[in-house]
Design a protein around this ligand. Structure first.
Ligand SMILES: [Zn+2]
Length: 266
């Protein structure tokens, strides 16, 4: 049976025909058509050339039969090969400069971010004023409630209800604080600590110690960020809490001597 396909159908089939994906029957019909149709032959030639150029640009291997055809094809001459090579060089350079440009922009942003947020500068203890207030737990108004907690463990999500406690703290900027209710079991005191400084304190260390009857909180390593280290016109307040009765807050110098920053006089 001889089928003569219309050009339009043949052209739709050509990409699969090149990749040898057409059925035996379709392949035969396309072959038949190509024998008689010069226009479709030309289109097939163009498609094969485009494919070869694409593969060359990717640096991939060429199928032997294509190369053979190219060498026989007078339109694909040495000039075209030279132009292809130049194009590839330009493409590579363009890609490299785009990459380098993006990379430098990212580096600059990282540097600014680190200087503003991560690179730390020491703040002198003389620039910090410490005050604290001790509250007995039973003096505080405590509001109990529940909240849903979602925990991820070993890739599994688990939700459970947790008893919470909202502590209302008078005369403090921390007017209320929410904690897990279990946290308050056996807790008798809460100390609210305020640090006043012309610098924004990005980091400092704390270490609570029981020394006999006395609770001592050691603060140290006060740091502000490198670029964000101009003294503010208004003092910055940094607040924290200790679920302990703090009697004394102190700083230990490098030589081991101690400066008392605050002492409970009540
Ligand atoms: Zn045709």
């Amino acid at each position: 049976m001889k089928i003569n396909l219309p050009c339009e159908i043949v052209r739709d089939l050509l990409p699969s025909y090149i990749d040898e994906l057409t059925s035996e029957m379709s392949t035969k019909a396309v072959d038949e058509h190509l024998k008689e149709c010069e226009k479709c032959q030309n289109i097939l030639g163009e498609m094969k050339r485009d494919l070869v150029q694409e593969k060359q640009a990717e640096g991939g291997d060429l199928k032997g039969e294509f190369v053979g055809e190219l060498q026989r094809d007078s339109t694909f001459d040495e000039d075209k090969k030279v132009i292809l090579k130049i194009n590839r060089k330009i493409n590579r350079r363009l890609k490299l400069s785009i990459f380098m440009g993006l990379f430098s922009v990212i580096l600059v942003f990282m540097a600014i971010y680190i200087l503003y947020n991560e690179a730390l500068k020491k703040v002198s203890i003389d620039d910090i004023e410490v005050t604290a207030k001790v509250y007995a737990m039973d003096e505080l108004e405590i509001e109990y409630g529940t909240s849903m907690v979602t925990e991820k463990k070993d890739g599994k999500e688990r939700s459970y209800e947790e008893k919470t406690a909202i502590l209302h703290i008078p005369e403090s900027y921390m007017s209320s604080v929410e904690v897990s209710a279990s946290f308050l079991e056996g807790t008798e005191y809460l100390t609210v600590i305020s640090l006043k400084s012309p610098y924004f304190l990005n980091r400092y260390t704390r270490d609570f110690q029981k020394q006999g009857e006395e609770g001592v909180l050691y603060l140290g390593g006060f740091r502000t960020t490198f670029l964000d280290n101009q003294p503010f016109s208004q003092d910055q307040m940094t607040n924290s809490m200790e679920f302990e009765k703090v009697d004394k807050i102190a700083y230990i110098h490098e030589d081991g001597t101690e400066t008392v920053l605050w002492e409970n006089e009540e």
